[in-house]
Write a protein that binds this ligand. Structure first.
Ligand SMILES: [Zn+2]
Length: 100
């Protein structure tokens, strides 16, 4: 399983590949500049190509991370897959949730 936890998720598609930018420059991932990361002014998603001033809200992100890592109940997961199409949810679980 390729599950991974990333600091941000795309607010539009749920992708964990979203990259924070600060004033047009890529914000480097480092534990030393976590404070700088918090000031990211834009989140660019390589999967749905959106540029948004915010990332996924904390409540949805925590739920999405949990589903990606541990799976979730079918109804909740199906709802998230409709809202966020690029979540890295186990393909078998996706099939079950989207084709009940
Ligand atoms: Zn996206």
């Amino acid at each position: 399983m390729l599950a991974k936890i990333t600091p941000y998720r795309c607010a539009k598609c749920g992708s964990g590949n979203v990259v924070p930018y600060t004033n047009g420059e890529k914000t480097a991932f480092s534990f030393r500049n976590l404070q700088k990361q918090a000031k990211a002014t834009e989140y660019r998603c390589p999967d749905c190509h959106s540029h948004l001033p915010y990332s996924m809200n904390a409540v949805d992100k925590a739920a999405a991370d949990s589903m990606v890592l541990f799976g979730g109940d079918e109804r909740t997961t199906a709802g998230f897959l409709k809202k966020y199409r690029n979540l890295e949810i186990d393909p078998v679980l996706q099939m079950i949730c989207l084709n009940p």
